[in-house]
Design a binder for this molecule. Structure first.
Ligand code: ATP
Ligand code: HMH
Ligand code: MG
Length: 560
């Protein structure tokens, strides 16, 4: 709403600077807020718009207020653009998004098959509902299908001012379908642009706004940005996603004084439907968090670029322009489709744990070791590479992920949550002195597998509380793999298994000579054995794994 300037939203936007105690701020009122007692509200007026920015504080000083974008746009049934893109973009950027729907479209990856406008007075009713109640920070507009709807929006924004207005002047979809006719141009120019903090036309829209001039080069985009700036918005971003002559995706940002040429490599993909809506929503989201305009635009462009790159090969629909994946989640489902996502305790049956020292000694690569173990019958693999350089480890881990996925065997990383995240492993195994399982769970999310090494029932209980999926218990027998490792013996193993709510895999000095004795303790929680030396400190990993696999099969059928 003109002059968006972070410094006007005191103090330091929505967030308290480290050196400013929230409790020392003006305490205006004390009211209940949800379940928690709020100590006060802090009102800070934007000097130009007199928009109160309200920060609610709880007794423990945590802030309840979250950044909020309202999108005023059309629904896309294919969900790649419009309201649906805006919701996903805001969710991905960690901002709340409310929605005022201006039109319902029937569209897919082929084009727009139909448009049904929402009556003006009902757009007004939605706007009033949200703006009068929900502490909107930023309004972002997309498809505004009639001049009447533009007028309604203009009126509501005067009545309920917000911190900033982002206008994506949607007119023509990339498929070439008209989403708002030329009559809308007057509404943009007269009502919305003068109050807009940024306007983000694509090439066709910029051309339409300027009476149909041809825009074919980056220089043309600069002149267009300047001419559109003359129509009143604080900032203009002319988007060059559709600039055929450029290998890069070039956008021109103009703030009235300076031009900024924002370039990123053009992602080769058909999945670009909704890039414009997403970019504008992401700009709005960053502004809602308190970013300056140019930073918001840069972050938004990077976000769109990464999402396109991530989604370049996904296949949804048969048309020329597919949607992309705002939340960067779909691809991992494709990779995992040969294997259910949930952890299956029977995977602990024959657990192979690699050791870099042993691989070096026998002149094997990690990948060869892993492949041989799986071919011999290992049902889960853990990479335990204590000495490897991070960069090398990551490369090997990525290769092992591919191998394990192909065989449908889960791959875990010992200790290194960073490596597990970077190679998209199935999970981690942590020891008592590594990152606590509860933190590993927060970092890895709800689906990844987490195992914890435990020697006692107390540790096993804690692993359960922390959200682990299984525990490794040992050393059952003494081993050279771990220095100064206390041996728990079969008795210790049994005690842990009897108390554990989680499935258990036994580890430590286990091989063909003693695996039967381990499994014969006969406690239901014990699902299998984990092996390091008896596989990897041997000439043939494949043969040793096969032998133990056969023995375990025999043992478990006789134990039952
Ligand atoms: N293939 C691509 N690779 C990288 N960035 C791209 C690509 N296509 C578009 N972009 C970027 O996406 C943003 C949106 O630009 P674009 O010109 O496609 O908007 P639009 O035509 O309004 O989008 P749509 O109508 O599909 O929602 C810009 O920052 C642009 O540079
Ligand atoms: C509803 C809607 N808004 C915007 C666009 C522009 O991509 C679209 N295709 N559909
Ligand atoms: Mg486009």
């Amino acid at each position: 709403m003109g002059h968006y300037d972070r410094s006007q939203i005191l103090p330091s936007s929505l967030f308290f600077p480290k050196n400013c105690s929230p409790l020392s701020a003006t305490q205006v009122s004390s009211k209940g807020f949800g379940q928690s007692r709020v100590l006060g509200y802090l009102f800070a007026n934007s000097t130009i718009h007199q928009v109160p920015c309200i920060v609610a504080m709880q007794e423990d000083n945590t802030k309840l207020r979250i950044p909020h974008v309202l999108t005023v746009a059309g629904s896309d049934s294919g969900a790649g653009a419009g309201i649906q893109a805006d919701l996903k973009a805001c969710a991905a950027r960690g901002v709340y998004c409310s929605t005022v729907i201006t039109a319902v479209t029937a569209q897919n990856t082929i084009g727009v098959q139909g448009v049904n406008m929402v009556p003006e007075d009902f757009v007004a009713e939605q706007l009033k509902s949200v703006l009068s109640d929900m502490n909107v920070d930023i309004v972002k507009t997309g498809m505004l299908p009639s001049i009447g709807i533009v007028k309604v929006l203009h009126h509501c924004l005067k009545q309920f001012p917000v911190r900033a207005l982002v206008v994506d002047p949607v007119m023509v979809s990339t498929s070439g379908d008209v989403l708002a006719g030329p009559s809308i141009l007057a509404g943009f120019r007269e009502d919305l642009f003068p109050m807009a903090d940024i306007v983000t036309p694509n090439l066709k829209e910029a051309s339409a706004l300027l009476g149909g001039v041809q825009l074919e080069t980056v220089d043309d985009m600069r002149s267009a940005a300047k001419s559109i700036h003359d129509m009143g918005p604080r900032n203009v971003l002319v988007k060059g996603g559709d600039l055929a002559s450029s290998l890069d995706a070039v956008d021109i940002f103009f703030d009235g004084d300076n031009f900024y040429e924002l370039r990123s490599p053009r992602v080769r993909t058909r999945n670009t439907h909704g890039t414009g809506c997403t970019l504008a929503s992401c700009i709005a989201a960053e502004l809602a968090k308190g970013s300056l305009m140019l930073s918001a635009v840069k972050v938004a462009k990077r976000y769109v670029g990464s999402a396109l790159d991530y989604s370049k090969d996904i296949a949804i629909g048969n048309g020329l322009q597919g949607p992309f994946d705002h939340l960067l989640k779909l691809k991992s489902n494709v990779h995992n489709s040969c294997r259910p996502q949930v952890f299956d305790p029977s995977d602990l049956f024959l657990y192979a744990v690699t050791d870099s020292g042993m691989n070096k000694k026998w002149g094997r690569s990690i990948t060869d070791a892993v492949k041989a173990a799986i071919e011999g019958g290992a049902t889960i693999v853990q990479l335990r590479e204590k000495e490897a350089e991070t960069r090398d480890f990551l490369e090997s881990a990525k290769a092992c992920v591919e191998i394990c996925r192909a065989y449908g065997v889960p791959l875990l990383i010992n200790d290194r949550i960073d490596i597990a995240l970077a190679c998209d492993a199935d999970g981690v195994h942590v020891g008592q002195s590594d990152t606590p399982a509860s933190i590993a769970r927060t970092l890895l999310g709800p689906e990844k597998i987490i195992g914890v090494s435990c020697k006692t029932p107390e540790q096993a209980h804690q692993a359960w509380v922390d959200g682990a999926d299984y525990i490794g218990c040992g050393g059952v027998y003494s081993t050279n793999t771990k220095a100064n490792n206390i041996t728990v013996g079969l008795e210790g193993l049994k005690a842990v298994c009897l108390s554990s709510k989680l499935p258990v895999v036994a580890i430590g000095g286990i091989g063909v000579s003693n695996a039967r004795a381990v499994m014969e303790i006969g406690v239901a929680a014990l699902k299998g054995v984990a092996v390091v030396s008896a596989f990897f400190d041997r000439e043939s990993v494949l043969n040793e794994t096969r032998k133990l696999h056969a023995l375990l099969k025999e043992t478990t059928s006789s134990v039952k």
